[in-house]
Design a protein around this ligand. Structure first.
Ligand code: FES
Ligand SMILES: [Fe+2]
Length: 451
């Protein structure tokens, strides 16, 4: 682990007032798994990170060379290409790749470029019997092996025995397909090991892609990403949810390539200076007006237990008895994990997976995506297609209540970009604990890219 990280003692480190997350777990009605009981807070110092990381094309160019061309990155879900010939395009920072299911059911990835004069091989996702270029017809089999050059007598220099598409490293983890543009990269298993260990219990591969919403956001990709990496902003940006969210009770844990922020639901923020009734917590959690019908909470039942039981009832038809295995925290808390640099799966049934990327080579715009995974019974349902929001369309049009919260986050994003373009500060200031996932992301960038 990098020099910059030192273990902190959870018992003595500076903490917010109110219960700790571990205190809340003590009230759980079910057995709490070890994965939630573990803590890994880190002291990563107090240094600032240069504003130019967000505002300059030069830093974006460094990210392309030292990060996007080198790192393992999630390209798509395996369920999106179930049949031989199914293929998806994955684009990152001006580069395009294709991910293909072969005749034998394997998954291959190639640069999305013909070996003749370079035309993109596939501009759309779809199914094809072969990878034939639309320009002059050079053709490869689904596994990338060479198959045909029209009028091959005219290409005496091409050695057809050595004219396969360059295969890129591919790995599958819990239904997600990862690729690495670097053919000499390190093993995926080493890269993902911290995250894989955390997720053993939750088996995201057994879930299906129930929704996928994407939008181009007017800010650097890290501004969009960092808006979802701490709960410290909740009181400023989402004050309406404080009655049912323990924002400052959040627990932040840092490992090598992964980190998490766990934020408890069904408990009111310690920042509120009045007693919040169970009814208020319930209505906030369910997004109900104060005069709408709300369910009865049995006398003496803890709100977290009540909300977890509701979630169990809702999910039981699809998830079966698994809902009884999961504790209250797994049913209702935000278990928000990050695998460096940009992949954010939530644990248990929360179902959310975020991904943030630069939008082509524009360092002032980003692609933000929210994928919803869900349990199912019986045959695996078809995965949702990506629903691209136009610039004027809000997240709430696609994602309801959750989208309303995203819209508040999205409102900040271009204003953070504009502020950083105007500031007289040289660096961004980060808190020691609550924003430590953001700090970790920047330390990782320093490791990969340099200052
Ligand atoms: S560029 Fe692909 S066949 Fe010519
Ligand atoms: Fe937010």
């Amino acid at each position: 682990m990098a020099e910059a990280y030192k273990d902190l003692d959870p018992a003595t480190m500076p903490r917010s007032t109110g219960l700790t997350y571990q205190d809340l777990l003590d009230q759980d009605s079910h057995a709490v798994p070890e994965v939630l009981r573990s803590e890994s807070p880190k002291d990563m110092g107090t240094n600032e990170f240069s504003v130019t990381r967000y505002t300059t094309a030069a830093y974006h160019d460094k990210e392309v060379e030292h990060l996007w061309k080198k790192v393992w990155q999630m390209a798509c879900r395996e369920e999106e290409i179930p049949l031989p010939g199914d293929h998806m395009r994955y684009d990152i920072a001006g580069m395009s790749f294709i991910v293909v299911r072969t005749e034998t059911g394997d998954i291959k990835a190639f640069p999305n470029a013909c070996l003749h004069r370079g035309r993109m091989l596939k501009e759309h996702d779809g199914n094809a019997a072969e990878l034939r270029c639309a320009f002059h017809g050079f053709c490869w089999k689904l596994d990338g092996s060479f198959s045909d050059i029209p009028a091959d007598w005219d290409f005496p220099q091409v050695d057809q025995d050595n004219f396969d598409l360059p295969a890129l490293p591919v790995a599958i983890w819990e239904g997600f397909i990862f690729i690495n543009p670097d053919q000499n990269c390190g093993p995926f298993e080493d890269f993902i090991k911290d995250l894989a260990k955390q997720f053993e219990r939750w088996e995201l591969g057994s879930l299906y892609k129930a929704a996928h919403v994407a939008k181009v956001m007017p800010c650097n990709w890290k501004i969009a990403q960092e808006a979802f990496c701490e709960a410290y902003h909740v009181s400023g940006t989402h004050p309406q949810i404080l009655r049912s969210l323990g924002d400052v009770n959040s627990q932040v844990d840092i490992w090598e390539n992964c980190a998490r922020v766990i934020t408890p639901g069904g408990t009111s923020s310690p920042l509120l200076d009045y007693a919040v009734s169970n009814d208020d917590i319930l209505r906030t959690n369910m997004d109900l007006d104060h005069d709408a019908d709300a369910p009865e909470v049995p006398e003496g039942m803890h709100m977290r237990t009540f909300l977890a039981e509701r979630a169990r009832t809702n999910l039981r038809p699809a998830a079966g008895d698994l809902v009884d295995k999961y504790c209250d925290a797994e049913m209702i808390d935000s278990l928000d994990y990050t695998l460096f640099p940009n992949f954010h799966p939530w644990g248990a049934f929360n179902g959310i997976v975020y991904r943030f990327r630069p939008n082509g080579n524009d360092h002032r715009s980003a692609i933000m995506e929210c994928i919803m995974l869900a349990p199912f019974s019986g045959e695996r349902p078809a995965p949702a297609e990506t629903h691209w929001l136009e610039a004027h369309e809000s997240w709430s049009t696609a994602l309801g209540y959750l989208g309303k919260v995203f819209d508040q986050d999205a409102f900040n994003m271009p204003r953070v970009q504009e502020g950083l373009e105007s500031t007289y500060q040289t660096g961004v200031v980060l808190s020691g604990y609550q924003e430590s996932k953001v700090r970790w992301l920047h330390h990782k960038l320093t490791e990969w890219i340099g200052e």
